[in-house]
Design a protein around this ligand. Structure first.
Ligand SMILES: [Zn+2]
Ligand SMILES: [Zn+2]
Length: 352
C-alpha cells in the first residue's frame, strides 16, 4: 500500500484543494478503511464556509467528511479481538465517544460528557479529520457492518438515515399520527420515511425549493409550498384546523422553527435537528398553555444498526435521495452543485 493518499484539505474558510497527504495509521481499537463513498452533508457546507469558528473544525487546515462507507484494510491493536477483519465492509458514523461517562453508559453517547476532550472523545469530520479522502482511520465503535445487499454509495447515506430515525424516535411518532416535516432535504425526506416506519398515518413535507417539493411528492408525501401564503394556515387547513401531532424540524433556520411550533396541535411535540446559527424567539405563552414539547436531536444514538435493515427493505429510501455522484478530484463542482437550489441536489455522493 502506498504511504500517501488524496484528501480534501480546507486551508481556510472557502478555500480548499485536493492534496497528497500521509495515509493515517490506526491506533488501539481503530481500523484503517479504504473510503469507497462519502456523502456531502449540510454540516460540511457550514464547515467549509467557516460558520462554526474554533468549534467545527477547531482549526484549519481540515479534512471534512463523516457520512461514508468502505472496507477495512488494516487493523489497529485490539480490533481483531472485537471481531473485525481486513476486508469487512462497513458504514461509518461520526461520534467516537468515551464509552465511560454516565451518558455513554446510558447509551446516549451522542451526549458524551467528555465531548471533544483529547484522548477521550472524537467526532470525525467535525473536531478530528474526516473521510473526504482515499483512506480514513476510525474507532471500531463508529463502524458498522454493511449488509451484502447494500452498495457502498447506499452505505454512505446510512449515517444520515440513522439520524432521520433518531429524529422520528425523539419526535415520539405514534401509530396513526399526522406528522409535518419542515425542510425536504435529505434528513427531512428520510425522516418522513422514518415516521412511516413508526406508524404515522399522514406525513406532510413543508418546503420552498420546487425541486425538493417535487421529490417529496414523487415519494408519495403530501406537500406544502412554504413560499406561497401562510404555511401554518395551510397545514391547519389540512388538519381540520387542529394542527399536527408531531413536527420534525429539519431546516434549521429561525423562521422554520417558529413555523414548526405554529403547526403543532395542542399537546404536540416538535423534534428539532436543524441547527440555526443564531438565536430563535419562541412563543412561550403558547408552548406553556398548550403544553407543547420541543426537544433537540443530536446525531444518532444507537440507530446505525437499526436503520440498515430498514434501508435494505426499501422502507427508508436512501437510493431515492441520492441525486449526484462525483470523483474526489471534482469536490469543488460537487459542492457548487449541492449549494445550487436549481440543481435538484439532495444527497451527493463522492467516490474517492
Ligand atoms: Zn451529516
Ligand atoms: Zn462519554
Amino acid at each position: 500500500m502506498s504511504e500517501t493518499m488524496q484528501a480534501l484539505v480546507v486551508l481556510e474558510p472557502n478555500r480548499f484543494e485536493i492534496q497528497e497527504v500521509p495515509v493515517p495509521v490506526p491506533g488501539r481499537n481503530e481500523v484503517l478503511c479504504r473510503v469507497r463513498a462519502v456523502s456531502i452533508c449540510g454540516t460540511d457546507v457550514h464547515l467549509v464556509r467557516g460558520d462554526y469558528p474554533g468549534f467545527w473544525p477547531p482549526a484549519f487546515p481540515f479534512t471534512p467528511g463523516h457520512e461514508w462507507a468502505g472496507e477495512i484494510v488494516a487493523l489497529g491493536a485490539g480490533s481483531e479481538g472485537y471481531g473485525w477483519a481486513i476486508g469487512d465492509r462497513v458504514a461509518g458514523t461520526s461520534h467516537d465517544a468515551c464509552g465511560v461517562c454516565q451518558k455513554c453508559v446510558e447509551g446516549r453517547y451522542n451526549l458524551c460528557e467528555n465531548y471533544g476532550k483529547p484522548g477521550l472523545h472524537k467526532q470525525y469530520g467535525h473536531n478530528v479529520q474526516g473521510a473526504d479522502a482515499t483512506y480514513v482511520v476510525q474507532g471500531i465503535k463508529t463502524v458498522f457492518r454493511l449488509p451484502a445487499g447494500l452498495s457502498f454509495a447506499e452505505g454512505a447515506v446510512i449515517d444520515p438515515a440513522s439520524i432521520a430515525l433518531h429524529v422520528a424516535n425523539r419526535g415520539g411518532v405514534r401509530p396513526g399520527d399526522t406528522v409535518a416535516i419542515t425542510g425536504a432535504g435529505a434528513i427531512g425526506l428520510l425522516s418522513a420515511d422514518a415516521s412511516l416506519v413508526r406508524g404515522a398515518a399522514r406525513v406532510i413535507l413543508v418546503e420552498r425549493v420546487p425541486g425538493r417539493l417535487a421529490k417529496a411528492a414523487e415519494l408519495g408525501f403530501e406537500t406544502v409550498d412554504s413560499s406561497q401564503g401562510d404555511p401554518v394556515a395551510t397545514v391547519r387547513a389540512l388538519t381540520g384546523g387542529l394542527g399536527v401531532d408531531v413536527v420534525l424540524e429539519c431546516a434549521g433556520v429561525p423562521a422554520t422553527v417558529q413555523l414548526a411550533l405554529g403547526m403543532l396541535r395542542r399537546g404536540g411535540r416538535c423534534a428539532a435537528v436543524g441547527i440555526p446559527t443564531v438565536g430563535v424567539e419562541i412563543a412561550m405563552q403558547r408552548l406553556v398553555l398548550d403544553e407543547l414539547e420541543l426537544v433537540g436531536c443530536r446525531a444518532t444514538a444507537g440507530e446505525m444498526r437499526h436503520v440498515m435493515p430498514l434501508v435494505e427493505q426499501g422502507r427508508i429510501r436512501v437510493r431515492e435521495v441520492m441525486t449526484h455522484r462525483f470523483a474526489l478530484a471534482d469536490y469543488g463542482a460537487a459542492l457548487a452543485t449541492f449549494n445550487d437550489p436549481a440543481s435538484g441536489a439532495i444527497k451527493i455522493v463522492i467516490e474517492p
